[in-house]
Design a protein around this ligand. Sequence first.
Ligand code: HEC
Length: 390
Amino acid sequence: MTKVSLVLIFTVCLGSVSTLKAEDKNKFQPTKPIMNDIGETVYRLLPYVVNEGRFVDPKNDPELRVLLKKLSENVEKAKHAVQVGVEPFVYSRDVLRGHVREVNRVFTHGNKSYARWMLQSMFNICSSCHTQLGTESSWARALEPNTKWASDFDQAEFFFATRDYSKAFELYDKMIRGYPGNKLTTLQLETAFERQAAYFVKVKRTPQNGVDYMAKLQTASQVPEFLQNNAKAWAGLFRDWSKEKPVDLRAMNEAQFRKYVEEQLAPGLWDKLIDASEPRVITYLKVSTVLGDYLQTHPNTKLKAQIFLWLARCDRALNNNFFYSLADIYLRECIMRFSDSPVAVKCYEEYETSTMAAYSGSAGSFVPDEVNRELKRLKALVDKKQPKKE
Ligand code: HEC
């Protein structure tokens, strides 16, 4: 069967706003105008973001300060945006607010290169939310005629971040075909491959198109071998997916959903392709999409702690390359909201491991006191609430 297994979920997901309670609706505002403001401010920041020299030039300080403040105000307004007040979007929303506040703080303290780097990584926060919507927008095309893009890559990234996925797709494709003559770095080329994979999994949700496209990249002799091998593993995983029966998430009970996700996450043939650097990407992208959809269609599911743990694992595996990783946020959510669930024990263990890893380096590990205290607090929370063993 070559049917699109996720089509059903996709239609369900568009109706998700209706899951809000009536009184919440009054508090919230339409999302679009707020997003337009965010998009416009980001667009005005773009010429600085893509050019280090311009960004750090003191002459541009006043203009940048105004734009960053404006971005902060726009993003704070997103707190009231109707579509992003529900799970799973609410996490990207809050991360974005924290991130932009931090950009402002860092910039004010004069660490401009770091502020610029943070603005670049911000695009992945936009995408962590937008790709889950599964829809597109051609909002950015109106800006196009007035823009001198710094490079094809920057142009593609902007279109991807603002949800113009078809346009971004064409641009990434052109870059891949033009390699190495176009002087794209290997890292940019790898990003282009990853964006194309995400396009077919999360946005289009059409595995057969994924098979066809990845089969082409698999034989693209101009790109490094590890990328050809990724494309090969990805084509294989898309092919497996295209043979699956369509699922109707809305009709699935918790036991069925758990079984479905566990089967999806079980390693298969293609996952083991050792010559590929990221063979399991399609699986993690797909599962994280399904989990996000399930949260929308079953807002009160009893599986929530488990879903946060799965989401964290998917995000961790995808790393920050694809989207901004919300792994630690999901784990904290699992620990704090479901401390009496046995799953919270696992969430805590994974959270502790990733926190320790973040503070270890070649010179051994140094974990600041406040971080240690926070770990202790979370651990106590879970220990206290666990059912007593007989
Ligand atoms: C928490 C989720 C979330 C985050 C984070 C987010 N957005 Fe959005 N964005 C949305 C939603 C939902 C829509 C669709 C609104 C609609 O069509 O009604 C949207 C739409 C847009 C649009 C299209 C508007 C249009 O008129 O079609 C732009 C531009 C945009 N976002 C820019 C951004 C940028 C830039 C960022 C990052 C700095 C960002 N957004 C972060 C949820 C988010």
